[in-house]
Structure formats: structure tokens, C-alpha cells
Design a protein around this ligand. Structure first.
Ligand SMILES: C=CC1=C(C)c2cc3[nH]c(cc4nc(cc5[nH]c(cc1n2)c(C)c5CCC(=O)O)C(CCC(=O)O)=C4C)c(C)c3C=C
Ligand SMILES: [Fe+2]
Length: 473
């Protein structure tokens, strides 16, 4: 049969109800392209000059009006599975077109000096600290405050793993491996890396895509499950940029929003789990302990983040695969890495570890499941903090599954995901709605910013508040 079978996982409303706030960033001497992320990033211009090679000479432009957009690119939320003929067609496209793959990731500080500006960029993201609209003017002063207070603790963590995050190196290696895997499948493509909070920033990658005159683009966030705080935030930055540029707004784009349900990913995870289980003296007695990065409960309950549902579905699929292979171990899922005073998804990894130890569980295999590279939360939080906690609580045998990294079946499956996504690429169409902030009088924004900064300044000077914050962070 010639029919193309397409399975599209239900769509997400990416625009949600969030609006970007008008952003003031200083006028810079060089503006390669006018990219106005709603959060001017710290370290971006300064390090640009200092390091030259780290970026592309791309700097933020002066004050820009932000517009909310409704995006229709890459219509499917998750995997689109196409029949043979669609694949043939996409190979034919490859002959005429210049294909690009944009890998989106979080980014991480490369040195201890990078930690505070990296944290500023993270907390200045309205998808990370979701303030009510009335208080949005406090986003940047608050990000400054929290990043300064959080930096010492984060620095300790990064110091313990060698003084910086390995994320850039690993993501670059994954990009190279993906390019080769695509070539093996007779698909030639440029693969770009765009980080959300540190070098190379997404804006730099997009600038390069434009320079290279890419004619069709697949966007692949390196997060298996979708969250507003991760893939959602990176995609929003892209939407902002694409909607303001005549070339980018016409470029056919396919966005793979989540891919945890791909059989290649599930099998690769099951392979790693089986390999690590074999290292225990009694593999069948080991509890498989999935530890996912948490998000605040309000993301799921108020903002409709599908992250928790997708995570649970992901664990179900991995366990189903293991069962089919005759691996019948018990398992549990908990959430790690909470930050700040609000409620995060439960159960919390640290609390469950203590409980399991008390209940007599002797062997545990930790499985990081929300990320595909080693990073601070695997190398420091799991391998050091949680391991120690588990051993203190009565667990005797501890193991940890490595992140997928460059695992060949995993990279090969990512290449398949890219090839399958190509035919559905379409231009990002935008319905522009001028946001309230953009419509507002710029003077009132300046006044709000001024008083917000004063407020944040006094908060910063209050020792009592600082100690309260320090306890919370
Ligand atoms: C799926 C993965 C991730 C989700 C969901 C996520 C949400 C989220 N994170 C923070 C705060 C911090 N995250 C930090 C580092 C960090 N986060 C992820 C992944 C997810 N975050 C990764 C891979 C990394 C590490 C990068 C590296 O350098 O190796 C940090 C900085 C480190 C620290 O101080 O602990 C913070 C802070 C929030 C608030 C949030 C959801 C709202
Ligand atoms: Fe995080």
C-alpha cells in the first residue's frame, strides 16, 4: 500500500497564556542580527569580547518590542512516523536542499566564574521563574538576587566535578556523532548546537544557520520529555527570533518536541539498565530507581506542563521493554534537584532514598532519566550526594546507569527521528498579538523597572532576608 502512515502525538499549545515582557538591553556597538530574546543574557556581550571564539560576534540589539506569537511549525508534539515513501521523498529533498539540524540544550558554566552569570540567565527566563504578569518587571532584579545568593552553592557543585559543566563538550560530540549517523543513512546535514543559558547561545546557532543558507531545518531539543521549563523555553526563543526575520519566517522547520516514546530511545535505556544490573552480585534483587529532574508542581497543575505525564509514560515504556526481555525488577520514580521555597513534583529523590534504606532495600540502581548527557546533577548530585545518603540510610550496593551520551543505537535513533521529521517541515506561521507590555507606555515600564530594581536592591541588603533565602535555596 502506498498510504503514508502518520502518527502524531496530541499537540501542545506552545504559546500558552504566557507573554514576553518588553526587554531593555543596553545598546551594543555591534549588532550582527537583531535578535531580541526577552531576556538579555548576562555574560553574552562581555564574554563575547573577552573570548572572541566562543561566540559568533552576535550581540543583543537595543530595546525591542516583544510580540506574542502562535506557532504552527512542526505540528506534532512528539514522534511523527512516516511510511517508506515519505522517507524516499525526504532523501530526494536532501539532494536539492541544504538541511540543518538544530540541537537545543540547556548549557552550563565552563568555569567557576561563569556560574553566577549562567544562573542569572537561567533565573531571568520567565519559563523558569514564572512571575504573575503584574510582577514581571521584577524578573531581572530577582534573577540578579537569586543568582548571587545561589552561586556559592552551585560553585561548590561545579568545583566537585572539575570546575565546570561538561555539557558543551558532550553536546558538541553528540552533534558530530549525529551528523555522521545521518551521513551513514545517506542524509547530509549541518548540525548546530544552541544552548539556552550559556555558550553557544541559541541566537548564535540561528545566526550561523542563516549564514549557511539552510533551506530546511529540524529542531531537536535534547530533552526526551517536554517541559515548559526546558524544550518549551528554548522553542519560545526560536519562535521569537523566527517571527521577526523574513528569511527565518519562511524557512521550513520541523520541531521534534518530545521523543521519549521512540523505540530506539526505550531500547537504548533498557540496554544500559541491563548492563548495569549485571554488575550487582544479585541483579534480580536490585531496585531500579528512576530519578528525574523535578519541576514545580504549579507547572503541571496550573500551566498544563505535560512533563509529569510524559515522565510516567516513559518509565512505563522502559519497564515494559525490560519485562519483555525477562527483567522483572522492582522500580520506583522520584524527582530530584528542587530549588527554592515552592512545592516541586513529589516524591523527592532524597526522601525516597532514606525511606527505601529504612525499609530494608539493600541494592539500588539509580537511573537518570530526564537528560541524555552527564551533567552536574548526575556527576555531583546522584554520584556524590544521593549515593552517600543512600549508603547512610542502609543501602549496601549502589550503582548508576550512565547517561546515553554517544551510545550508537541512541544516536542512530536520533538520526532516524530527524529523517522522519523532515517531510513535515513547514514555515513558522505567526499570528502576532501585541503584548500588553509592548503596548504600554515605555515610560511606565522604565518607572516599574526603576522601582523594581530599588526594591530588589533593598531585599539584597536585608541580612535577615538573605539568610532566609539561603536556607531556602
Ligand atoms: C529535564 C531536565 C531539566 C528540567 C525539567 C529543569 C528544570 C529546572 N531547573 C531549575 C534550576 C536549575 N537547573 C540547573 C541546572 C540544570 N538543569 C538541567 C535540566 C533541567 N532543568 C540540567 C541538565 C542542568 C545542569 C547543567 C550543567 O551545568 O551541567 C541549575 C544550576 C545548577 C544548580 O545550581 O543546581 C539550576 C539552578 C529550575 C528552577 C527548573 C524548573 C523550573
Ligand atoms: Fe535544572
Amino acid at each position: 500500500m502506498d498510504a503514508i502512515t502518520t502518527r502524531v502525538v496530541p499537540n501542545l499549545n506552545l504559546s500558552g497564556s504566557r507573554r514576553n515582557s518588553t526587554q531593555f538591553s543596553q545598546t551594543k556597538s555591534v549588532v550582527s542580527i537583531s535578535c531580541s530574546s526577552s531576556e538579555g543574557s548576562q555574560g553574552f556581550d562581555k564574554l563575547e569580547r573577552r573570548n572572541g571564539g566562543r561566540g559568533n560576534g552576535l550581540l543583543y540589539g537595543p530595546v525591542q518590542k516583544q510580540r506574542e506569537i502562535v506557532c504552527s511549525a512542526g505540528a506534532g508534539t512528539g514522534a511523527c512516523i512516516y511510511g517508506e515513501h515519505a522517507l524516499e521523498r525526504s532523501h530526494a529533498h536532501a539532494a536539492e536542499e541544504k538541511l540543518g539540524v538544530l540541537l537545543l540544550n540547556l548549557g552550563g558554566p565552563e568555569t567557576l566564574q561563569d556560574v553566577q552569570p549562567f544562573l542569572f540567565n537561567l533565573f531571568a527566563d520567565p519559563d523558569i521563574i514564572r512571575l504573575p504578569r503584574l510582577f514581571r518587571f521584577l524578573q531581572r532584579p530577582l534573577a540578579q538576587l537569586i543568582s548571587v545568593l545561589r552561586a556559592p552553592k552551585s560553585k561548590e557543585g561545579y568545583a566537585a566535578i572539575g570546575g565546570g559543566s561538561p555539557l558543551r563538550r558532550i553536546t558538541d560530540e553528540q552533534a558530530e556523532a549525529l551528523k555522521m549517523a545521518l551521513e551513514e543513512k545517506k542524509m547530509s546535514a549541518n548540525v548546530y548546537v544552541g544552548m539556552r543559558y550559556w555558550f553557544p547561545f541559541t541566537e548564535e546557532a540561528v545566526h550561523q544557520i542563516k549564514k549557511d543558507k539552510i533551506t530546511r531545518l529540524v529542531v531537536l531539543p535534547l530533552y526526551p520529555q517536554y517541559s515548559i521549563s526546558t524544550s518549551g523555553s528554548s522553542i519560545r526563543v526560536l519562535q521569537d527570533m523566527f517571527s521577526k526575520d523574513s528569511y527565518l519566517s519562511r524557512l521550513p522547520v520541523s520541531i521534534i518536541k518530545s521523543w521519549y516514546q521512540r523505540i530506539g530511545y526505550i531500547e537504548s535505556m533498557a540496554n544500559l539498565i541491563e548492563q548495569e544490573l549485571q554488575k550487582f552480585s544479585n541483579p534480580e534483587e536490585v531496585m531500579i530507581f528512576f530519578s528525574a529532574h523535578g519541576v514545580p508542581v504549579s507547572y503541571v497543575e496550573d500551566a498544563g506542563d505535560p512533563y509529569k505525564d510524559q515522565m510516567e509514560d516513559c518509565i512505563r515504556l522502559i519497564m515494559q521493554e525490560l519485562k519483555a526481555r525477562g527483567t522483572l525488577n522492582e522500580h520506583t520514580l522520584a524527582y530530584q534537584s528542587r530549588v527554592g521555597p515552592v512545592q516541586w513534583l513529589k516524591p523527592y529523590t532524597d526522601e525516597v532514598l532514606v525511606e527505601l534504606g529504612k525499609n530494608g532495600v539493600k541494592s539500588l540502581l539509580a537511573v537518570p532519566v530526564s537528560f541524555v548527557s552527564e551533567h552536574i546533577e548526575t556527576l555531583e548530585e546522584i554520584d556524590m550526594e544521593y549515593r552517600e545518603l543512600a549508603l547512610e540510610s542502609g543501602v549496601e550496593n549502589w550503582g548508576r546507569v550512565p547517561a546515553l551520551g554517544l551510545s550508537p543505537p541512541f544516536i542512530s535513533d536520533l538520526a532516524d527521528a530527524v529523517i522522519e521529521a523532515l517531510p513535515s517541515a513547514q514555515a513558522i506561521t505567526t499570528t502576532e498579538v501585541i503584548s500588553e507590555e509592548a503596548e504600554a507606555d515605555p515610560m511606565s515600564y522604565i518607572i516599574k523597572m526603576f522601582f523594581g530594581s530599588i526594591l530588589a536592591f533593598f531585599l539584597l541588603l536585608s541580612p535577615k532576608l538573605i539568610s532566609t533565602f539561603k536556607k531556602l535555596l
